[in-house]
Design a protein around this ligand. Structure first.
Ligand SMILES: [Zn+2]
Length: 92
């Protein structure tokens, strides 16, 4: 009995959601835009310090100077970025 009740209420909730999207298609568009924004943000992270996306990936050859400081640990770090904001220059 409870199974049927929950199935009915699920169907009702889903029908209400569909109706809401029909009446407010901008909700779907808004959701799609949020997903697109997340996709755009992910490949290029922001500087955690100043928040700019003006950063560059530090290539392994550019890390030679850091090798002495970090040793083997420095070579194992795959993702390294440098903030190009001249007031920040934060590496992460
Ligand atoms: Zn920065």
């Amino acid at each position: 009995m409870e199974f049927w009740i929950s199935k009915k209420s699920l169907a009702k909730a889903s029908a209400e959601g569909e109706r809401e999207l029909r009446e407010h298609p901008e909700l779907l568009e808004k959701g799609r835009m949020i997903i697109e924004n997340e996709k755009l943000k992910n490949p290029m992270p922001h500087c955690p310090l100043c928040g700019t996306d003006n950063i560059r990936r530090i290539s392994s050859s550019a890390k030679v100077g850091n090798t002495l400081a970090f040793g083997i640990y420095g070579n194992k770090r795959k993702k390294q970025f440098e903030c190009l904001n001249p007031n920040c220059r934060y590496k992460f």
